[in-house]
Design a protein around this ligand. Structure first.
Ligand code: CTP
Length: 399
């Protein structure tokens, strides 16, 4: 069970910190609260201390006494640092490396995984400055939980609400299970491994200007490539046509068609792990025109030919990666279809996602992990969190 250092920012959602402490302790974790000056306007140190059965730290200068822990020690004595609620101001200070009070000094001094649970007014959350700060923190390995959407204390509606404490603990539970699991989302758990990821859609030409495409945004695959690189792997990302930036430390190969993707994947072998997230077109246009089709010629009579199945090709390849992970985008009988795909295609694992909502192109994902040992239902979470958890599971499987 983990030791959580809980940093409580100054927002209306700070009152939920008390409930968070209760839920975390019920799950067997210990909590050391750190209350910011802002947070102290909403909750009292005394109530937090009673719930946590721990001293509550409020000021850098409390720690001067030799009998007390220094701030470096305090930041390292935890297994995980949880900033909840993370206000716009705290996120900005974390992104900029400002250390002007106890909370921000601890955040700068810690060498432990950091999770931030933002909560603020919808406009503050959606402001380009806050979004940029959240993106900076994610790129450094901080797990930034997506806020919930709903009515806000300020009377507005939208994303910015702090998720329920039980939901927060559930979302970070893979990081809390054991101290050993806490190498992620940073760490070197995949050092020396080659991870191959496919992402995005494919485009199948109809003529030189038209293609058959699909709604895949590539976000989930790119997040997985980024998480694998953060875990120390050598990562090759074979990307269909998407306009996403290449994650740090990732070697990217851009392709357009399924045929180009299967070729690029085989060139990139051998790999320890292949995670096939791309939404590959099952069919290509067999009679694609070499010059632009004109409207006057009437509707084109397209003929289709099957594309190679990349997952199956890898499953049967002499250099088959040790762990082959497929994704199954389904709109109905999600788990049943995924189980059939796992055996039919020869994958070790299938990550099944329900794409009946706005998953394709959206920021969040609700997935089920189908393995030979059964089915795990993961909570609805951001695509970055799905990526971090999947890489965590893969690292454990390989090590
Ligand atoms: N896949 C692949 N090559 C293809 C089609 C799919 O490698 N030509 C991979 C995807 O990247 C994914 C998995 O197979 O990891 C399942 O993709 P999905 O489209 O759900 O499977 P299909 O076999 O196309 O099944 P469906 O009939 O549901 O479209």
């Amino acid at each position: 069970m983990a030791r959580i250092l809980l940093i409580i920012g100054g927002g209306i959602a700070a009152y939920k910190a008390a409930e968070l402490i209760r839920v975390a302790r019920k799950a067997g974790h210990s909590v050391t609260p750190v209350l910011t000056a802002g947070g102290a306007h909403f909750v009292t140190p005394m109530s937090l201390a009673a719930l946590a059965e721990s001293p509550v730290y409020t000021s850098l200068w409390d720690l001067k006494d030799e009998s007390e822990m220094g701030h470096i020690q305090l930041s390292r004595a935890a297994d995980l640092v949880l900033v909840c609620p993370a206000t716009a101001d705290l996120l900005a200070k974390m992104a900029a490396g400002i250390a002007d009070d106890l909370a921000t000094t601890l955040l700068l001094a810690t060498d432990k995984p950091v999770v931030a649970a933002p909560a603020m007014n919808v406009r503050m959350w959606l402001h380009a400055a806050t979004q940029a700060n959240a993106a900076i923190l994610k790129s450094r390995g901080v797990m930034v939980l997506e806020p919930d959407e709903g009515d806000m204390a300020c009377g507005e509606y939208g994303p910015g609400r702090l998720p329920e404490p039980a939901d927060i603990i559930a979302r970070i539970s893979p990081m809390l299970k054991s101290r050993g699991a806490l190498e992620l989302p940073g760490g070197q758990a995949l050092e020396g491994r080659h991870v191959l990821v496919t992402a995005g859609p494919t485009h199948e030409p109809i003529d030189p200007v038209r293609v058959i495409a699909n709604r895949s945004s590539g976000k989930q695959g790119f997040a997985i490539a980024a998480a694998a690189a953060r875990a120390g792997a050598r990562v090759t990302l074979i990307a269909g046509p998407v306009a996403l930036p290449t994650p740090g430390g990732v070697a990217r190969v851009d392709v357009e068609t399924a045929q180009q993707m299967v070729d690029a994947v085989q060139i990139a072998l051998p790999a320890d792990v292949a995670i096939l997230v791309a939404a590959v077109a099952d069919w290509r246009v067999a009679n694609a025109a070499t010059s632009k089709l004109k409207k006057g010629g009437g509707p084109p009579a397209l003929q289709f030919a099957p594309n190679p199945d990349i997952l199956r090709t890898l499953a049967e390849h002499p250099d088959r990666p040790r762990l082959l992970v497929g994704f199954a985008a389904e709109t109905h009988d999600i788990v049943g279809n995924a189980q059939s795909k796992r055996t039919a295609k020869g994958a070790n694992w299938i990550v099944a996602n329900d794409v009946s909502g706005d998953v394709m192109g959206g920021a969040r994902n609700r997935v089920h992990l189908v393995t030979d040992r059964g089915v795990e239902d993961w909570p609805d979470q951001s695509k970055e969190d799905v990526a971090a958890h999947l890489i965590d599971r893969i690292a454990k499987e390989l090590n």
